[in-house]
Design a protein around this ligand. Structure first.
Ligand code: MEV
Length: 296
């Protein structure tokens, strides 16, 4: 073998401001790319495919292995470094899918269009959960704040202005199983369809009030109540939402599939809100919406 080939790719995480689950059924959602993400480095080894963490330790999760193997053949090592909480609604699987697609293209000396990244990452993302709306990897690939809608003709992605607020992210300490949660919501339809319709209305309202923290916060709280009603919240997530509001957030909700994962709290004073949350023994961190990425 001549000098071994290599490739690198990165992608950001995401947080869903409003509209998760309903987005699977054609309603709009608003999500933001965040200033945390995942990097993949590929190295040609000539050995069976290996998937390792940033320190070179083997990552044994079979689903992760299957997802990487859907794109990367034997003969390569995929090294994955991430500062996203894994399985917590921060788009870790989508960021991995997009970073892998970019690293593979880099190793082959190809440049991909934004559509090419989206399509290939969708195939990898499907290994993690069967019926993705596509919002996670669309936002992971392009960053920025977007309104997303799945249509029969393909994804409808509308960039929105970057707002001035921040989100305080609180970890429930548990992973949610996105595949099971999405399937559970599907099994409760059509009974819950009016609730999903209402989530769609909230998203349209949120888009109009993106820079009005008071109005947006109330919409997030209503969105959280609807997520409870469709069966994807947990008592721990509900407590975190209530505590975030007690600590001065304008609104809060679970973000992502639920069943665990994170709560996001909306505020223009993230340091103060975080300090009050810490005084109550809760750990969180601040995320800012990331600007859109310049290239595919
Ligand atoms: C997961 O981050 C968001 C869900 O709406 C699923 C999806 O849109 O693919 C729960």
């Amino acid at each position: 073998m001549g000098s071994p080939l290599s490739g690198r790719g990165s992608a950001g995480g995401k947080l869903i401001l409003c509209g998760e689950h309903a987005v699977v059924y054609g309603h709009p959602a608003i999500a933001l790319g965040i200033d945390r993400g995942t990097r993949v480095t590929l190295r040609q080894t000539g050995e069976p495919l290996s998937v390792v963490d940033a320190d070179g330790q083997a990552l044994d999760d079979p689903r992760l292995h299957e997802a990487v193997a859907s794109l990367i053949p034997d003969g390569w090592e995929a090294r994955i470094a991430s500062d996203l909480l894994i399985g917590r609604g921060m788009g870790s699987s989508a960021a991995l899918a997009v970073a892998l697609v970019r690293a593979e293209a880099d190793a082959r000396g190809l440049s991909l269009t934004a559509e090419g990244v989206h399509e290939r990452a969708f195939v990898v993302e499907r290994k993690f959960h069967g019926n993705p709306s596509g919002i996670d990897h669309a936002v992971s690939a392009r960053g920025g704040v977007v309104r997303y809608r799945r249509t029969l003709a393909g994804p409808e992605i509308t960039p929105l202005p970057i707002p001035s607020w921040s989100l305080v992210v609180l970890d429930s300490g548990n992973e949610g199983n996105t595949a099971q949660l999405v399937a559970g919501v599907g099994s409760r339809r059509p009974g819950i369809d009016p609730l999903l319709d209402r989530i769609g209305v909230i998203v349209n309202e949120a888009e109009k009030h993106l820079d009005d923290v008071g109005a947006l916060g109330k919409l997030m709280l209503e969105n959280h109540a609807l997520l409870i009603a469709i069966g994807v919240s947990t008592p721990r997530l509900d407590d975190l939402v209530a505590t975030a509001v007690e600590c001065g957030a304008a609104g809060a909700k679970l973000a992502g599939a639920g069943g665990g994962g994170v709560v996001i709290a909306l505020t223009t004073e993230p340091d103060d809100v975080l300090a009050r949350l810490r005084a109550k023994g809760l750990h969180g961190f601040v995320c800012r919406p990331a600007p859109p990425r310049a290239q595919a």
